[in-house]
Design a protein. Structure first.
Length: 63
């Protein structure tokens, strides 16, 4: 999994450093649901899921 900076991770979710953790988690789930390849059937969505998971992992590690 590639490493993502905290600011880049927050930006991917449309959040910033002042965003509460519960809202970040909610944004992550919303983005994953909208980009999930099983629901969309788009091979490019696989890359988006990988990016979302890497970003979320970065934020989890930072807390």
């Amino acid at each position: 999994m590639r490493k993502v900076s905290i600011d880049d991770a927050l930006r991917l979710f449309g959040a910033d450093r002042a965003t509460p953790w519960d809202e970040i988690r909610s944004l992550y789930r919303k983005h994953v649901r909208s980009a999930h390849p099983d629901l969309r059937g788009d091979e490019h969505e696989d890359d988006m899921i990988v990016s979302l998971n890497a970003a979320y992992a970065t934020l989890v590690e930072a807390t």
